[in-house]
Design a protein around this ligand. Structure first.
Ligand SMILES: Cc1ncc(COP(=O)(O)O)c(C=O)c1O
Length: 390
């Protein structure tokens, strides 16, 4: 059987779509809140410089727009995890010093040098790769030394500092900074943090005994920026607080921050169902009463966790309503029986405020058995970010 030829798409129809979102699932990012949070943190940092952490697309908030607004507000440093992230910022015109924190440089030291990205170094091959690339490009090889004082992730042991500094000298790598990372700074039990600070003081003494006084000494994440002035060194590296979230509940009373992210969508379908009606995969929710079920065009492919099945809540008309049944890849359902005549097109908020109500990232994370960092970073690239700067 011959099938009819499909009609060629009309150029004018294709040209009429500028790529703007069709599905109403969006994230709004308040850049003004990010600027205010930066200024608030700066007040805590005292004389120390601030290095905003904008890795993982600024914790899902959009690295380039966030870095632009922070650079305009006075940031002179940025921290990313990957070389790729640093290159993205450079290509967007960010001129501040960018530290690449993650240690996964592959063999692309040439890119680090060409884009003036400063790596954290802690292995001999980092020194060798950086020195070779810098020599080839006629530039200075500049790095920060990463010491592992108790995080157990990356960095040289404090006992290896002397030998590493000697190796850096041999390779001609200039160590203009020294860094460590706290494992527990947000926890009430400060014993490990105390030990890490003590260990870092020892590292700085060792460097000094070798004639090295790095300009940049940095340890502090958000938590330590606010509560540990003794760990400020000369540079602090806040991340989560820039985005208006608290590392843990105890920090809420210590600093006033404004959440920057609001995740919303709109109802695509509403139906009345009799008691006994199953909803979604596996029929894991069954109506106990005659119910009104609405469908939302957002699912786990967007980063809304599947484990919020029968657990999550969203806001409709400023009221909390429950997720009913299994969260699907692109959609999920909510029980709007108690909302008066809900309609297609009405807004539902997954995260953030609506009217007087709010769903906070830490609350949503607790439902999902994770932390808000993961919720933020998990909001997928399929969800358009809309930047506002009121
Ligand atoms: C090396 C390093 N510094 C600073 C931060 C910022 O931490 P926080 O978001 O808790 O402020 C991170 C985040 O994971 C990090 O890995």
């Amino acid at each position: 059987m011959a099938f009819p030829e499909p009609a060629a798409p009309s150029e004018s129809i294709l040209a009429s779509w500028d790529g703007s979102p069709i599905r109403p699932t969006v994230v709004h990012i308040d850049l003004g809140a990010i600027r205010d949070n930066f200024l608030e943190l700066r007040a805590f940092a005292g004389p120390a410089e601030l290095l905003p952490i904008v890795k993982a697309d600024a914790y899902g908030h959009g690295a380039v727009p966030c870095a632009r607004v922070l650079e305009a507000a006075g940031a002179r440093f940025f921290g990313v995890a990957l070389t790729e992230e640093g290159v993205e910022l450079r290509r967007a015109g960010i001129r501040s010093r960018i530290l690449v924190l993650g240690g996964a440089y592959g063999d692309r030291y040439d890119l680090l040098v060409a884009e003036d990205l400063t790596p954290l170094v802690f292995r001999r091959e980092h020194l060798e790769g950086l020195a070779t690339a810098a020599r080839a490009q006629g530039k200075a090889a500049v790095a920060h030394l990463k010491v592992d004082t108790g995080m157990g992730r990356i960095g040289i042991a404090p006992s290896e500092v002397g030998a590493f500094v000697d190796a850096a000298r041999t390779f001609g790598v200039q160590l203009e900074g020294v860094a460590t990372h706290f494992a527990n700074a947000d926890l009430a039990d400060s014993e490990l943090t105390e030990r890490q600070i003590g260990s870092m003081e020892g590292v700085v003494r060792t460097l000094s005994s070798r004639g090295l006084k790095p300009r940049w000494i940095h340890l502090a994440n958000s938590a330590a920026t606010v509560t540990r002035p003794d760990a400020h060194g000369t540079l602090v590296r806040p991340g989560i607080m820039l985005y208006g979230a608290y590392p843990s509940e105890a920090y809420r009373e210590k600093i006033r921050l404004r959440p920057a992210l609001r995740w919303s969508t709109r109802i695509t379908h509403v139906k009345r169902v009799p008691a006994g009606t199953p909803v979604s995969y596996g029929a894991r929710w069954v109506a106990k009463r005659p119910s009104v079920i609405a469908t939302l065009p957002v699912g786990y492919a967007d980063g809304y966790p599947r484990c919020l099945t029968n657990v999550g809540q969203v806001l409709v008309r400023g009221r909390r309503v429950p997720i009913t049944g299994t969260v699907c890849m692109d959609q999920c359902m909510i029980d709007v029986t108690d909302i008066d005549e809900p309609s297609v097109g009405e807004e539902a908020v997954l995260l953030g405020p609506q009217g007087e109500a709010e769903i906070r990232a830490d609350e949503l994370a607790a439902w999902a058995g994770t932390i808000h960092y993961e919720i933020f970073c998990g909001i997928g690239p399929r969800v358009p970010r809309i930047f506002v700067d009121p």
